[in-house]
Design a protein around this ligand. Structure first.
Ligand SMILES: *Cc1c(COP(=O)(O)O)cnc(C)c1O
Length: 391
């Protein structure tokens, strides 16, 4: 199958790109740490076919709910290759994960109570999530209005220490690790330097002896002029070293989502109508902004046009809109470009992160997904139908 045969609207997963992103991140980690893993953040894009590939490539699954835990198992991740985070765990999967050697990072007080249900004859390990107030520890990197965080336990007000003490009251449970995750405004190296420093301050202050440190996600991928995987890893390494931590004794976990899956995905849509309303040229596509920008925040996209025929007529302004019935389903305005015609196609690139998992089942269900390989294209998920919905 060739690009021109693909049925629109559809996502396209570039297999080579996914593989090279993972291998490059791994190479960076290998160059610095003897014990490490990539816990891929499933919520960023949970396409099962892709999760299967990531498992084969040796990634762990980072899950934040009992549903994602079940999904990770279903696609073949071993329980010991799961990093289980967030407040949406349930008791059953929480205990199952701990018993089977997953990295479980406690995020709520109820989880500490659940530890009492573990078999007293065995010993277990858990981690705990540290609350990160970026406004305090890395102010220049914080999003406005989101500098504080509602996740994890606060070191400043003593709740972290209290939680750790409670965990240690369970004689059969050891605190094995600290979990520190923030997706910052800047995704800069500075964020990770400050997060590592903060972690070490806590480790020293509370006298912790840990098996792992989980520095979370929030990295850029292969974006031009952004830090590389290698630079992130080198920064984490040198920040830990500077503070006198013996990195050979600890496992370092990273939890990239965006950095791995944004660039391998594109979205292809086709122009189904063109019309004029007043003086405005409207270009109607079979995609929707829900597909490529469910937060409705993007100003523009990495995009290219596939035209059926060369078009000589230039138009001052063309407004490209989606097919949904939302007045605000407008994608972008094209200035001073050749007229777009019915049958022309638009390819949006770098749209793998926080798109497919956040698209609503609104008006039209989930679109098809094709896999792009050296041999062409093949379908890996059919378009969702009424049957998929009505179960
Ligand atoms: C969302 C999330 C990630 C991934 O964040 P990205 O910005 O996509 O890299 C990692 N860890 C946790 C705990 C998360 O909630």
């Amino acid at each position: 199958m060739q690009l021109s045969n693909l049925k629109t609207p559809c996502f396209i997963l570039d297999s080579d790109k996914l593989v090279s992103n993972v291998l490059e991140f791994k190479r960076a980690l290998n160059s610095r740490f003897s014990n490490h893993c990539i816990g891929y953040s499933i919520k960023t894009n949970s396409l099962p076919y892709m999760l299967h590939m990531l498992n084969e490539l040796g990634c762990y699954a980072e899950v934040v709910s009992y549903t994602e835990y079940a999904l990770a198992l279903q696609v073949g991740f071993e329980k010991s290759h799961i990093v289980y985070n967030g407040p949406a765990k349930d008791k059953e999967t929480f205990l199952d994960a701990i018993k089977n050697g997953a990295y479980v990072n406690i995020d709520t007080k109820r989880e500490i109570e659940w530890l009492n249900d573990l078999n007293k004859q065995h010993s277990y390990k858990v981690g705990i999530r540290v609350n990160l107030n970026l406004g305090k520890i890395s102010p220049e990197d914080a999003k406005e209005g989101e500098s504080d965080s509602r996740f994890g336990f606060s070191f400043e007000n003593g709740e972290l220490e209290e939680a750790i003490n409670k965990i240690q009251l369970c004689k059969n449970v050891k605190l094995g690790g600290l979990h520190l995750h923030r997706t910052s405004l800047t995704r800069s190296l500075n964020v990770y330097r400050n997060i590592c420093k903060y972690a070490i301050r806590i480790i020293n202050s509370l006298g912790l002896e840990l098996d792992y440190i989980d520095v979370g996600g929030g990295y850029f991928g292969d974006k031009p002029n952004a830090p590389t995987y290698k630079e992130y890893v080198d920064t984490i390494y040198s920040s830990l070293l500077e503070e006198g931590i013996d990195v050979s004794k600890m496992k370092v976990i990273v939890e990239p989502g965006n950095a791995i899956v944004a660039s391998p995905f594109s979205f292809l849509s086709e122009i189904i109508d063109t019309k004029k309303i007043g003086d405005s040229q409207i270009i109607v596509t079979d995609g929707s902004r829900n597909d490529v920008d469910p937060f409705f925040l993007k100003k523009d996209y990495f995009k290219s046009f596939i035209r059926k025929q060369e078009e000589k007529v230039f138009i001052d302004s063309q407004m490209v809109v989606g097919c949904s019935c939302l007045e605000y389903d407008k994608l972008f305005t094209l200035q001073n470009q050749p007229l777009l015609n019915v049958g022309d196609r638009i390819l949006y690139q770098n749209v793998g992160a926080y798109t497919m998992t956040l698209s609503p089942l609104f008006i039209r269900f989930f679109p098809r997904v094709y896999l792009k390989t050296l041999n062409g294209y093949e379908i890996i998920r059919e378009e969702w139908t009424v049957n998929d919905l009505k179960q």
